[in-house]
Design a protein around this ligand. Structure first.
Ligand code: GDP
Length: 532
């Protein structure tokens, strides 16, 4: 048995976070740089299996590659300064915001990565809104400072305007974007100069200067940085741990992932400021103590990640207690036992067996046929965490198998993708089982379904788009009335058996609601308004 103190000590050493950014801002480069600095991997490029970097990939990773998107969840684990980092990957494309939401349910902190020249971009903002919804503390890293970009003060304004978080710079750049010389570290009270390491080495050269020497050596660049820092002090833009943890401020760092400028500082900031796992709130209203017996949240299920295995992996975030491989857990949704003989850490194509894990860690459980995103596993007293909400679908299409001889495979495939949460599957007596309606937050989800049904189940499907654009949760009594209306249809959602009413547009829905004021029509979490 593990002493409770061990679990608490191990939990305190954990930093579980995600990097959120717009495509091309440098997330892959940053992930590799962080891991390299922490010496987790020896060769840059081993993390994401981006085009050309690695050989074997599963079938739908080809789709990811060809579209330049990353759908596959990866949890990268590495050690740094006596701490254990779990970097959970977020999907790169806006159409997969449901996946993102699930991933962000598993982290304690987020690093918001901005391109110095582009500032806040749409996808960054969308992902940020999910963080806001869950009140996840956010650290901002302004990337690509080695290239021409915006004014640092202008970037701060933009961050505040778009996120509502007050930026509190930890480091301040010396030299405008494109002429990056180093940073003044406001928290550590140091001046650090960066130089590219010769021969493309993975660590930049850093030199520490006293302010006096900085003044003598850096001239006008130093004068400007000092003036701006004076301004920050005047407005009190200083780090405050409580406000940061309360999701009211965001510490900001300036750097460049490619030449490795500021990466070590980011790792230190994660150790020093990012929160370690906290007791997770349960449905009952109380929180499960970290040292309670094991509990974990399934935040992602992925099948057929590896063509050689053709299995299904459930990614579990440890919420309390110690996980030991071989433990028999209880699956909250069914009450059935779940054996954990095969437990892995998984990132990209790499897998390694995990023998034990602590709060904050991510465990990939193989052969997890019964597990679904949002499920709970535990030992000892039952744990029930609030469900991970489904997003409101905005795109709908009827799916049919093109080959009537493969009806069974079609059904199995649809059920599988439904269980994984790849798409929402809606059914009704009117439409019948052979023609389920697929409901998506973003249309690229349809492509994934089509691709995976063909590649993994040998079923070519046709998709006929329906002109519905919004969904509301309803009840059986309302369903009868709604069935008689035009521009509206009622379905049962496979994932949770919820009754959903879908409408062609807002106007239609409002008209029906006005004519039938007793109808139950509850909003679902809308992707576009994830903060409201
Ligand atoms: P992702 O789509 O967010 O994963 O972005 P990548 O990591 O693939 O980076 C996109 C492009 O920006 C690549 O060509 C990178 O080499 C480049 N890049 C990333 N970080 C930096 C940086 O700090 N400085 C410069 N100059 N280029 C960078």
């Amino acid at each position: 048995m593990t002493a409770a103190g061990d679990v608490l000590g191990e939990a305190r050493r954990r930093r579980t976070f995600a990097v959120i950014s717009h495509p091309d801002a440098g997330k892959s480069t940053m992930t590799e740089a962080l891991a390299l600095h922490a010496s987790a991997i020896t060769e840059a490029g081993a993390v994401h299996g981006k085009a050309g970097r690695r050989g074997v990939t599963s079938d739908w990773m080809e789709l990811e590659r060809s579209r330049g998107i990353s759908i596959t969840s990866a949890a990268l684990r590495f050690d740094y300064r006596g701490h254990v980092f779990n970097l959970v990957d977020t999907p790169g494309h806006a159409d997969f915001s449901e996946d993102t939401y699930r991933v962000l349910a598993a982290v304690d902190c987020a690093v918001m990565l901005l391109d110095a020249a582009k500032g806040m971009e749409p996808q960054t903002l969308k992902l940020f809104q999910v963080c806001r919804h869950r009140r996840i503390p956010v650290i901002t890293f302004v990337n690509k400072w080695d290239r021409p970009g915006r004014e640092p003060l202008e970037l701060l304004d933009q961050i505040e305007e778009h996120t509502g978080l007050r930026p509190t710079p930890i480091t301040w750049p010396i030299g405008v974007a494109g002429h990056f010389r180093g940073v003044a570290d406001r928290l550590a009270g140091k001046v650090v100069l960066y130089e590219r390491a010769p021969g493309g080495a993975t660590k930049a050269l850093e030199t520490e200067l006293t302010p006096e020497r900085a003044e003598a050596e850096l001239g006008a660049d130093w004068a400007q940085a000092s003036e701006e820092i004076g301004l920050l002090e005047a407005i009190g833009a200083d780090h405050d741990q409580k406000l940061f943890e309360a999701h009211e401020t965001t510490p900001v760092l300036f750097g460049a992932a490619l030449p490795n400028f500021g990466i070590a500082r980011l790792l230190d900031v994660l150790v020093d400021l990012a929160p370690s796992p906290a007791p997770r709130a349960e449905v009952s209203g109380s929180a499960r103590p970290l040292e309670a017996p094991f509990s974990g949240l399934v935040f992602k299920v992925q099948a057929n990640m590896d063509p050689a295995h053709r299995d299904r992996i459930a990614f579990v975030r440890v919420c309390s207690g110690r996980f030991e491989r071989g433990m028999v857990l209880t699956h909250g949704a069914t009450g059935r036992p779940f054996a954990t003989k095969y437990a892995h850490s998984v990132f990209g194509q790499e897998r390694a067996t995990i023998d034990d894990a602590y709060p904050g860690d991510v465990v990939g459980l193989v052969n997890a046929t019964a597990l679904r995103p949002g499920d709970t596993l535990y030992t000892g007293p039952a744990a029930e965490f609030p469900p991970i909400p489904s997003f409101a679908p905005e795109h709908f299409a009827v799916a049919r198998s093109r080959d009537s001889g493969r009806a069974k495979q079609f059904r199995r495939g649809i059920d599988q993708l439904d269980a994984e949460g790849v798409i929402q599957v809606l059914r009704s007596d009117v439409r019948g089982d052979a023609a389920p309606v697929l409901a998506a937050v973003g249309p690229m989800q349809f492509e994934v379904v089509q691709h995976r049904l063909a590649a993994e189940f040998g079923t070519v499907i046709s998709l006929d788009r329906l002109d519905y654009t919004l969904a509301r949760r309803t009840d059986a009594a309302s369903a009868e009335t709604l069935a008689r209306q035009r521009g509206c249809e009622v379905f049962v959602r496979g994932r949770d058996q919820a009754l959903l009413a879908v409408f062609t547009d807002q106007w239609r829905m409002r008209t029906i609601a006005r004519e039938h004021p007793d109808l139950t029509l509850e909003p679902l979490i809308a992707d576009t308004h994830a903060d409201g």
